[in-house]
Every structure is written in C-alpha cells, then in structure tokens.
Design a protein. Structure first.
Length: 411
C-alpha cells in the first residue's frame, strides 16, 4: 500500500493522517494494557499504524513516504499518545530512525526503503560501539541501549566510535545494520513505558559497507598528520545531496520527537479526569459532582493551561526546526532555545499530570484505570537525558547569558 492520501500537499497529508490515527484510538487504547503486560506493542497496533501511514512520516516521498517535517512528526506522536504512551513512543522513535536514515547515501536509502516505505529503522545515537576501518567499509562491534522499538525494527542505525585499521580512534559516526546482523537482549524491565521494547542491541564483527556509514565528527589521528583517507571518505551526502526537492533536514529531531508522546499522555489524563468529574462526587463531602467544585475547577484550569503552554512551546520549537533551509547559518541562541522549549514543555506536562492525579483521587492508581499507566509512562520518559528540564534550561540559560555550552548537545 504505497499511496496514502498524498493529494493536497503536506497539510492535507498531516490532517488526513491525524484523522486516521484518531479513528484507530479505540484499538490502540484497548491494546495498551496488553502491550504493557507483554512488554511490547502488539503487532496488531503496529500493523494498523503501518496501514494508515503513521510510520512513513519521515520517509522520503520518492519511496512512498509522507516526507513531513519535525513539527508534524511531533503532532503524530502526540495524537498516538492520546491512546497509549508506549505505542506513541515506538512510533515517534521509529519515525526518528527514518529521519536519520535520510542523511545517509542515496544507495543506502534505496537499500532500505525501495522495497517498502514501511521498513522500520530503530536508532541509538550514543556511540557505545566501535567501527574499525577495513577494506570497503567497517567492522562493527558493541552494545547499544536503550533501543526503543527494537521488537519491530528491520534495521538499526547506531552511533559508533570510528577507528582506523590499527584500532585507534579517529572520530565518531553512524552505521546502518540489518536486523539479521544483530541480536536483542531483553533487558527492558521498568516501572513505565514497558511496551516500548527499549532493549539492549548487540553485534559482533558485523561488516558495514562504506555506503551505509557516515562520519559525524572527525578527530586528528593520535600520532599527528591528516585523517586517514578511509575515515574521511566514508558515507554519503544523504537527502540533502539528492537534489530532488524533498524536505532537507539540518537540525536533530530527537528532543522534539520524544516530546510528542508526553503531550498526548497529558491530554489523555486531562480527558479522563474531566469525564470522571461529571459523574462522580468528592469523597467525604456533600459535593455530588467534582465538576461543580470551585477548587476542582481551579485545578483543572491550571492543569489545562500548563498543557496548553507545553503545546505552545513545542509548536514554536518545531516551527523553528522546519524553517531551517540548507546552507542557512544557524546561531547558537535559537538552537539552545529549542532545547529550552522542549525542557519547559516537559516540565509543564509533568506538573499538569501531578495536579490531575491529585484531583482525580485514589482511583487514579487502580490497576484497572489506564490513567496510572499513562502517569508511569510519562514519568519514565520525562527523565530521558534529551528532554531533562533542568539540563535543557541550563543550556538555554547559558545561551541567553552568552555562555556557549559547547560540550552540550543542544539539538
């Protein structure tokens, strides 16, 4: 199924996709508890999301993808998050994997997407493995955590420390490896986001040809002189070099992608609490409906406005990322502001959920109530290093003060 409502341009693509996700919400929500129990998103949910194009968000149009921007990808994650956090996390991270893949050579992209735009790529961008230079490519060994969406991916995009033929570090890069060349260790046993399948990925002596490797950072060889020719020439130009007019990406999308599911979870809890408030009273009072309580109304207003604030900052960050054109200068301050926007959005979602749980009452924590699962899911991913409010605000605060935090990843 390669044609998914592409008529009408990107906005029509997004509107149609969001509407199709909304129609799937009962199925995704029903499967949420099973996904937590099985510690993986049910294949029924993944297959349904594939059919409507939700996992083609960042795939180039030439392969049948939707080729949407950062902001739209975040909106997709938010919409799925209204039904289930683990499913939204997997969708967002696999769409990020497709986005990263488009930076590789056109040959690599053809290898992955030419047979199907629904090929799924997981990604771990911390360089915890090595890629040693050999003739025609690299030999990759290592282990990577946490590999979200691991149970569903056909390929893995992995950050590595590049080495020359002698095993000396020459820089950092990324490689693409098919699922047949790695294995998964089932280690993801946590309090929340249990269905995300964020397991440990391992590979040993896997050969990766040059066209499936790129250099992201070069370092001078330890013994002086120019970098090795093999290291300097690895990889390709990726989507920016194809000249096909597709959307070119220059800023990292991961922080924004991690935010979408949290925005959806916050809204899902707000919806559940407001529906309950129209039916139930407040214990140990004469108030027959929570909705009639002024104190309850004030707390609902605070929580709703915090979620609105999170949405506004997320939208601003996404709009900025999508405004960057190839060759545009990118100043440090607006880059740092994106990180600050994401952190501030996460802080507002977290606080809104705290308020909502308190006014929902002890029933919020019943095993049968999905609200407690939404809460645990968001509590886990709010601690992800890429979206940490404290660190994100530190990055932005230093930028505002003119102190460049160059060792920090701000996008």
């Amino acid at each position: 199924m390669n044609e998914i409502a592409t008529a009408g341009g990107p906005e029509a693509d997004l509107e149609g996709l969001l509407a199709r996700i909304a129609e799937l919400r009962p199925l995704l929500a029903e499967n949420g508890a099973r996904g937590e129990r099985d510690r993986r998103v049910p294949e029924e949910s993944i297959d349904a999301l594939k059919r409507i194009g939700a996992l083609r968000v960042s795939v180039p149009k030439r392969y049948g993808g939707l080729d949407l921007g950062h902001l739209d990808a975040m909106r997709v994650g938010r919409e799925v998050g209204l039904a289930d956090g683990g499913t939204a996390w997997v969708v967002s991270l696999l769409n990020s994997g497709a986005w990263y893949t488009r930076h590789f050579s056109e040959r690599a992209q053809d290898e992955i997407f030419s047979e199907s735009p629904d090929t799924l790529v997981s990604a771990v961008v911390a360089p915890t493995g090595t890629a040693r230079r050999v003739r025609g490519g690299y030999v990759v060994t290592g282990e990577w955590s946490y590999n979200s969406g691991s149970w569903h991916a056909d390929w893995a995009l992995l950050a590595v420390r590049l080495q020359d033929e002698r095993g000396e570090t020459t820089g950092e890069g990324q490689v693409l490896i098919p699922a047949s060349h790695y294995w998964i260790e089932d280690v993801w046993r946590v309090a929340g986001m249990r269905s995300s399948g964020s397991n440990l990925l391992l590979t040993e002596d896997a050969f990766v040809p040059d066209h499936r490797a790129i250099v992201t950072e070069e370092r001078p060889p330890a013994r002086g002189g120019a970098a090795s020719a093999g290291t300097a020439s690895a990889g390709g130009t990726g989507a920016e070099g194809t000249g096909d007019g597709e959307r070119a990406y220059r800023a990292a999308s991961v922080p924004l992608a991690l935010l979408g599911p949290q925005l959806g979870l916050g809204r899902a809890i707000l919806d559940a609490v407001t529906v309950d408030a129209r039916k139930r009273g407040i214990a140990y009072t004469a108030i027959e409906r929570k909705a009639d309580s002024v104190a309850f109304q004030l707390d609902i207003a605070r929580a709703a406005q915090m979620l609105d604030t999170a949405d506004f900052f997320a939208e601003r960050a996404g709009a900025y990322l999508d405004s960057i054109e190839p060759g545009d200068p990118v100043d440090y301050l607006p880059r740092a502001r994106v990180r600050g926007d994401v952190g501030w959005a996460v802080e507002n979602v977290t606080e809104a959920i705290r308020i909502l749980l308190s006014i929902h009452g002890s029933s919020a924590f019943a095993d049968a109530n999905p609200v407690q699962r939404f809460w645990r899911d968001q509590a886990v991913v709010a601690r992800h290093g890429y979206v940490s409010p404290s660190f994100s605000l530190e990055v932005y605060g230093k930028a505002v003060m003119g102190v460049e935090n160059l060792d920090a990843v701000v996008l």
